[in-house]
Design a protein around this ligand. Structure first.
Ligand code: SF4
Length: 468
């Protein structure tokens, strides 16, 4: 049996390549395009040969409790790096109309979710705190009438610090949100100029102070490395400032530069983006600074204070991953409401239309689910391997063979050669049960997961972001 990772292992073993030439070789070998694996199969495998009835049937037969996600797609300004489904909108009436449509969509579910509890509730976007407080209060009040929210339901909300105020924070605390997820990205003013998102350290510190005064502790901060004009020195300063602020959790995302898919990213000058080897150094420096400050690396791109439940789950081998990223909760079926939202059940994934007009026109009347996927046995087998890798960072060859009743090398004829190369490159170590990631290998988790992805051939690499 493989053992869960330990803090000392993840910190002590973060070995940087000794010289620039070795670093460059590593980048050259592993910098490719690939999925982020918030799900397997990934959303690019979804197609339109399934319909809303397939989704409803999956809910009828599903027995698991529920993670409820609401997508609120409006923002007051466009960040040029944005990869979300959003629209700039400052008027209240369209927001009111959108929430009405979302409630109409939700109206189909009380019966389907009878006997199930909502154990996780997340408002994402877009910018949820762009919506007026009273509209959010009405929406949540209504949903609480319709669905059985668990007493210990984990409630979190994404906020844009530029719009946050004391009144909002008090309302979120009253609604039981115990965790704010703040988009920070980078504190450097030049980088902020190059991505069209200005927010000061002082502003964020003040919000945090107020939130903590309200007796609420939970704060996630999202950072992005690989942004235009970022340097090793500038991002080290951002990391230092974030450590001073002391959020419970930090997500450190790789900038997904996909201007062919997100046209507004063309506003970012390609010449301003850090070279892959600089980007990799920025990442390694950040990981080292965060772990030296006591944060536990969670999966490939998250960090948490040792006292945080996510860190405990990581160390106990109880980490899970869904479309919302890493979580402590066991497998839940996920209901996504709103335009572009994804619902994810054991055997079926479905995604709503991204078109806001179409969504609002059809919600409650006709199908808003546009694409999806019925998972077959092979999908579920591969998902299990990828999920265990992305959460526990082990490839348990023996368990895979006993589950499949087939030799590993017959199942994955090309994997062994790559895995051995990764061992040589100190990304993996060989264990009696199979392979285990080193701290450096955890950062390149996507490259390993791709070895077990049976659907990569169905998609164009250009649909994915770079792994480094
Ligand atoms: S606030 Fe978030 S969702 Fe809105 S534009 Fe910026 S990055 Fe995109």
């Amino acid at each position: 049996m493989s053992k869960p990772l330990t803090i000392s292992r993840t910190i002590d073993q973060l070995q940087l390549p000794q010289d620039d030439a070795s670093l460059w070789r590593l980048v050259e070998r592993y910098d490719t395009k690939g999925p982020r694996y918030t799900s397997y199969p990934t959303a690019v495998s979804f197609h339109d040969r399934v319909d809303q009835d397939d989704l409803f049937n999956a809910w009828r037969t599903g027995r698991r409790d529920v993670s409820l996600y609401l997508h609120l797609p409006y923002c007051h300004q466009l960040c040029w790096y944005c990869g979300c489904h959003m629209q700039v909108e400052r008027k209240i009436e369209p927001m009111r109309r959108y929430l009405r449509a979302m409630l109409q969509e939700a109206g189909a579910y009380p019966e389907l979710l009878a006997g199930k509890r909502i154990r996780q509730f997340h408002l994402g976007g877009g910018t949820p705190n762009q919506f007026p407080k009273h509209l959010l209060l009405d929406l949540i009040g209504e949903l609480q009438q319709w669905f059985a929210f668990d007493e210990d339901c984990e409630r979190s909300i994404e906020v844009d610090p530029r719009l946050l105020n004391q009144e909002q924070l008090e309302a979120f605390a009253r609604l039981g949100f115990e965790r704010l997820s703040m988009g920070i990205q980078d504190f450097n003013p030049r980088v902020q100029g190059a991505i069209n998102r200005h927010q000061t350290y002082e502003m964020v510190a003040e919000h945090l102070h107020l939130w903590r005064q309200l007796g609420q502790g939970g704060v996630n901060m999202d950072l992005i490395y690989g942004l235009p004009l970022q340097t090793e020195i500038s991002f080290s300063q951002t990391i230092k400032q974030v450590i001073e602020l002391g959020p419970d959790r930090i997500a450190l995302f790789n900038f997904a530069h996909i201007p062919h898919l997100k046209r507004h990213q063309r506003l970012i000058r390609s010449a301003d983006l850090p070279e892959p080897q600089v980007k990799f150094k920025i990442l390694l420096n950040a990981v080292r600074a965060l772990t030296e400050a006591g944060y536990v690396p969670i999966g490939m791109d998250h960090f948490a204070k040792p006292s945080d439940p996510l860190a405990k789950a990581m160390l106990n081998g109880n980490l899970h991953r869904n479309f919302q990223g890493y979580t402590t909760l066991p497998d839940l079926d996920m209901l996504g409401l709103g335009a572009s939202s994804i619902s994810m059940l054991d055997t079926f994934y479905g995604q709503n239309t991204k078109d806001l007009d179409q969504y609002q026109e059809n919600a409650g009347r006709a199908s808003v689910m546009e694409r999806g996927l019925m998972l077959d046995e092979e999908d579920r087998f591969r998902r299990d391997i990828i999920q265990k890798w992305m959460c526990g960072f082990v490839i348990d060859v023996k368990r895979i063979e006993s589950q499949a009743g087939v030799a590993f090398d017959d199942l994955f004829p090309k994997a062994r050669e790559v895995l051995h190369q990764m061992v040589d490159d100190e990304l993996l170590t060989v264990k009696a049960f199979g392979y285990e990631a080193t701290a450096l290998g955890m950062l390149l988790a996507r490259n390993v997961a791709m070895l077990f992805d049976g659907r990569l051939g169905e998609t164009k690499p250009s649909q994915f972001s770079r792994t480094i």
